[in-house]
Design a protein around this ligand. Structure first.
Ligand code: C5P
Length: 218
């Protein structure tokens, strides 16, 4: 059967995760947080002491990640790593290793396997351009850098992590620049993507916008 897909791509902390999970919930669709796979690879590399530039070792690690998704929780082997995956250190390493083509290739089938009936909402950087190019709706989500740094700051504080907004802003911009300029699956809107800048929108307003687009396309 033809399984419908909605992709939501965009820069760091643009609100992709929240938007994707709300849209998936509204439609009763499955959810793929593709960034979590890069983060899990990064965490596994930190734990195993694999250097950030060892593409062969990192690709092998990514290809046999003992990952399990249990509702909102993510398990790596026997550990619930949901919280650890959000650490800035893990995000920063994920951003570096995600530029390696071998790592991206190793995570491809895992991502495709999320496409199951009744449908999928997938968020990341290359969901509409590389992984699900035939998606029926592709959203490219943006927000100003200041808005994104502020949101990430509040999110970290609320989870009990320490955070400095100036460092965050610098880190966000460095990560975006790396994601946009890499040659393997760079961050960019798909040609048939619709853009949504949510700087001045509430979460509900963004969700409604996407659901309206989806209805128009069905
Ligand atoms: O979205 P999130 O911040 O969790 O992703 C972590 C890192 O993984 C990003 O900085 C990005 O470099 C990388 N990533 C990617 N392709 C995806 C999802 C995430 O390269 N589809």
């Amino acid at each position: 059967a033809d399984v419908p897909v909605i992709t939501i791509d965009g820069p760091t902390a643009s609100g992709k995760g929240t938007l994707a999970s709300e849209v998936a919930r509204g439609l009763g669709y499955h959810l793929l947080d593709s960034g979590a796979l890069y983060r899990a690879t990064a965490l596994a590399a930190l734990q195993a002491g694999v250097p950030a530039d060892d593409e062969a070792a990192l690709s092998a690690l990514a290809a046999k990640l003992p990952l399990r998704f249990d509702g909102e929780a993510i398990w790596l082997g026997d550990d619930n790593v949901s919280r650890q995956l959000r650490r800035e250190e893990v995000g920063a390493l994920a951003s570096r290793i995600s530029a390696l083509p071998g790592v991206r290739a190793a995570l491809r089938d895992l991502q495709l396997a999320f496409r199951r009936l009744p449908g999928l909402v997938a968020d990341g950087r290359d969901m509409g351009t590389v992984i699900f190019p035939d998606a029926a709706l592709k959203v490219f989500l943006t927000a100003s850098a200041a808005t994104r740094a502020d949101r990430r700051h509040k999110q970290l504080i609320s989870k009990g992590f320490s955070s400095n907004i100036d460092d965050l802003l610098q880190d966000l911009e460095a990560r975006d620049a790396r994601d946009r300029s890499r040659s393997a699956a760079p961050l960019k809107p798909a040609e048939d993507a619709v853009s949504l800048d949510n700087s001045a929108l509430s979460i509900d307003e963004s969700v409604q916008r996407v659901l309206e687009w989806w209805q128009q396309r069905r």
